[in-house]
Every structure is written in C-alpha cells, then in structure tokens.
Design a protein around this ligand. Structure first.
Ligand code: HEC
Length: 240
C-alpha cells in the first residue's frame, strides 16, 4: 500500500463517482435523479468501509487519519483550527438541515386545479384526418408561426414575445408535461375551444388560450397539431 491513507483514497473515489454520475452520465443519456446519485455514493461508501475493515492495517489506514484528526492529539496549528471549524460547523449544518425540513413553509399552496381535464365525449379518440406529409407539416408550421408562436414561441417552448404576464403561462410544448402526454384529439379540443372551453374542474383558471374555432378551419388546426409535434420533437399519445 502506498503512503496515501485509505481515507484520502476513499474520499477521492467518492468525489469521482459523484462527478461522474452528476456530470458524466448526462452527456450520454438522461440525467439521473439526485436521490439515485446519493444512493450510489452511499453504496460506494459502504464498499469502502467493508474493504477498509478487512484487516487491522487497512482499518488503521481508513479510520486512523479521521480519528487522529477528530481527537486533536498532536495536531499542528492549521490542522487545529480546521478541526475546530469542523466540530463547530458540522453540528450547525445538521441543525440547519433539520430546521429547514421541519419549519412550516410560507409558500402559497399550489392551486388545486386539474391541468388536463377530460375533454367532452365527442372529441375523445378523433384521429387526425390530414395525412402526415412534409407539405402538410410545412403548412402547419407556417400557420403555427402566424397564429400560435406569439404566445407559444417560435421554438415551441412557450417563450413567444407575447407570453409574458399570462397566468397560467402559454404551454411549453417541448416540456414533457404538455403535448407529449396528450393525444391529437385532446389538442384538437383545446385548440378549438381554448381557455373559455375548459370545464369547471379546471378552474380557477384564467387561461389566455384563444378559442380558435372562430378563426381557423378544422383542417388547419389538424395541420398545426402535426407541426407542433414535429417542432417539439414529441409523438402524440395513442391508445396502444
Ligand atoms: C394569447 C396567447 C396564446 C395564443 C396566441 C395561443 N395560445 Fe395556446 N395557450 C395559451 C395559454 C395561456 C395556455 C395555457 C392555459 C390553457 O391550457 O388553457 C395555452 C394552452 C395551449 C394548449 C394546451 C396544452 C396542454 O398541455 O394542455 C394547446 C394544445 C395550445 N395552447 C395550442 C395552441 C395553438 C395550436 C395555437 C395557435 C393556433 C395557440 N395555442 C395560440 C395561450 C395562447
């Protein structure tokens, strides 16, 4: 065994695992939830302790440094202050985390509304009658740019120039919580009937979404729906 103590090697390994899971993994696939990252770090720590306690020598190498540091015997000036800082700050930190967990929150409660209420029966399961050709998607994108992008944004992310100040804000179609969850028939209903067409369980909801049936023929709406999916990179939900 080299001169670096097991405690230091272990700390480096833990940090490396954390950085790999937090920064490395998202380069290739979806980011991991923090709870999973901590779980892996915890399991690695368990592995280090198991490895460290295999022999008396390795336990000394793993815990010796830590105990000597916390015990304070024979420490130099800087190490002494560092030890004092750890002994003071650690309990404070634990206290703060506990307080933060238990203290009553002062944020307003989430409004108790249904975000995706059930559409009226006759909209359910309608299929898009317009064939999904490049020309139709192209026309849909043109119509989208003209009628929808001021609010929902040219990049389909709800960030259009007229999107500020609405509550709820214009839907972000790129977000996985909006049209990625919905069927084309659902969009057809929401676009045709707009905010005023929302049923009571979706209130209180002062939606600025216009009622497009007064302006756009059905065929245009179906083309815009195709364009929204093409532009946001999502696929409509289907029954299969
Ligand atoms: C005046 C701004 C405005 C314009 C213009 C507008 N919308 Fe909206 N839209 C909203 C707002 C605000 C919401 C969120 C509240 C709601 O769902 O009613 C919304 C919601 C939606 C939803 C529901 C998404 C979901 O997850 O439930 C769809 C679909 C939609 N808009 C499509 C369109 C289409 C297509 C057009 C163009 C024909 C359009 N919008 C134009 C403001 C607008």
């Amino acid at each position: 065994m080299g001169r670096t103590s097991l405690a230091v090697k272990g700390a480096i390994l833990l940090a490396a695992i954390f950085v790999f899971l937090k920064v490395g993994v998202p380069l290739f696939t979806a980011p991991l939830p923090m709870s999973l990252v901590w779980l892996y770090v915890f399991l690695t720590a368990c592995g280090i302790v198991v490895y460290g306690t295999l022999t008396g020598e390795s336990s000394e190498s793993l815990f010796g440094t830590v105990f000597r540091f916390l015990g304070g015997g024979g420490l130099g000036g800087t190490a002494r202050s560092l030890r004092l800082a750890v002994l003071v700050l650690f309990p404070l930190w634990v206290g703060w985390v506990t307080y933060d967990d238990l203290a009553p929150q002062t944020e307003p409660p989430v409004e108790n509304r249904v975000i995706h209420p059930a559409p009226p029966g006759w909209f359910v399961g309608l299929a898009n009658p317009v064939p999904n050709t490049p020309e139709n998607v192209m026309m849909g994108k043109g119509l989208y740019a003209a009628y929808c992008s001021p609010c929902h944004g040219a990049m389909f992310n709800g960030n259009g120039p007229a999107s500020d100040g609405w509550n709820p804000p214009p839907a972000n179609f790129v977000d996985s919580g909006t049209i990625a969850q919905l069927q084309e028939s659902y969009l057809f209903w929401r676009i045709k009937k707009g905010g005023v067409g929302l049923p009571v369980e979706a209130h209180p909801w002062k939606s600025a979404m216009p009622r497009w049936e007064v302006e756009l023929p059905d065929e245009w709406i179906w083309k815009i729906i195709m364009a929204e999916y093409a532009g946001s990179g999502h696929k409509p939900r289907t029954w299969e």
